[in-house]
Ligand binder design. Sequence first.
Ligand SMILES: Cc1cc2nc3c(=O)[nH]c(=O)nc-3n(C[C@H](O)[C@H](O)[C@H](O)COP(=O)(O)OP(=O)(O)OC[C@H]3O[C@@H](n4cnc5c(N)ncnc54)[C@H](O)[C@@H]3O)c2cc1C
Length: 410
Amino acid sequence: MPLLPAPPSTVDGASLGDVEAWVAQHLGDLTLEGPDGVRAGGFDGGQSAADAALATLDISGYANTRSTVLPEERRGASRLSPYIRHGLLLLPQVSAAVADAPSFDRKRFRDELLWQEYARHVYARLGRRFRRALRNESPAEGRATWHRPGWDPEMACMDFVTDELHGQGWVVNQTRMWLASQWAVRAGLDWREGEQAMFVHLLDGSRAANGLGWQWTVGAGSTKAYGFSRWQVQKRAPQLCRRCPLRDACPIQEWPDVRLQRVDDRADLARGPIPAGPEEVEGEGGDAVWLTAESLGDADPALAADDDRPAVFVFDEPLLATLRLSGKRLVFLAQTLGELAARRPLEVRRGEVVTELEGRRLAATWTPVPGWQQRAARLQPVEVHPWPWLVRPRPAGIGSYSAWRRDLKV
Ligand SMILES: Cc1cc2nc3c(=O)[nH]c(=O)nc-3n(C[C@H](O)[C@H](O)[C@H](O)COP(=O)(O)OP(=O)(O)OC[C@H]3O[C@@H](n4cnc5c(N)ncnc54)[C@H](O)[C@@H]3O)c2cc1C
């Protein structure tokens, strides 16, 4: 399939509506909503938007307000995740940006950045094995006792959070835990289906962090399931309870009572090597930089190595046809690519990645996800740059965040 025209650039006068129209026309058939339903989410894509978000980052009070759900203006969450997820902001850069913040908040915030790094290490080591439960079946008791939809819109808490997820493409960490727990722990539904239902909407959706979030919340990858009940809603967003049609008959008044059962094929989480990629640039002479959604920022090492070198991005048609992502995720990517194309030569293509790129002398940044590894093995980039880790992987246990930190001495 063909070369696409470059997406319109919103930093050069195009509107978000122009970008939505571009996505609808060129990729709309691959989206969850279809061409007529493509809408932007709650974040602008692009390097300028990412830089602006970082420049105005203020994490004073973060440690105490990160989990606030309502009122929105008291939320302490940084909202940097879509930019971090797509490599528009690098973890080392974000960590450095909070050097002068109050120490309590800085420590907590950097801890969360390390959770993101931990998720990437776990995914780098386990690859597609990460899509299945690592330790335990998610609890099934709810199948016999919960007779409502998993995310029941009659419950004001579920209605509010799913609305935000579907409209904005982003929700705070606290309500991600509510959604995951409600789906798998309370209702006893298959956690992988819930993970997918969230993934398709999240502008920061990554298999690494979403997988970790779900496995750790529902007990599939951890040793305990997180219970969600009315108690959290009353603590974090009491106004939702007050306006809930079910406030006098709350179906989540009590804690869910569940037991975890081991899976037969437990994953090996013991101390062991974690693929890290090259430490130095390997090879040379790439004619074009192959970019992926994992790393779309100006600081992508292969891109940054040569300001004039053209770049190429392929919307992976077979993958998108399977994933059926919400159009807002593609609008975010298109807005990012549009801005990039206004500043340097960029080819945007749609098709099967290897077919579109084979035979070219590519430069690329080594990327810790199985999809990149698989395609790179066939494309054989002639120049490979190191991934910008926050903590370069060394042999470590990955069964818990604390064991991983201990082994890496961070
Ligand atoms: C069920 C579930 C699903 C999740 N899915 C994703 C996902 O697909 N993509 C994603 O980036 N994060 C995911 N998270 C982690 C976390 O919820 C988001 O990173 C965070 O809410 C993003 O908002 P923020 O940028 O304001 O975070 P802040 O609290 O401001 O944190 C700053 C950064 O630290 C990182 N971070 C914070 N908390 C976590 C965490 N628990 N795990 C990993 N990284 C973290 C993110 O990069 C975030 O941008 C998930 C968590 C859960 C419980």
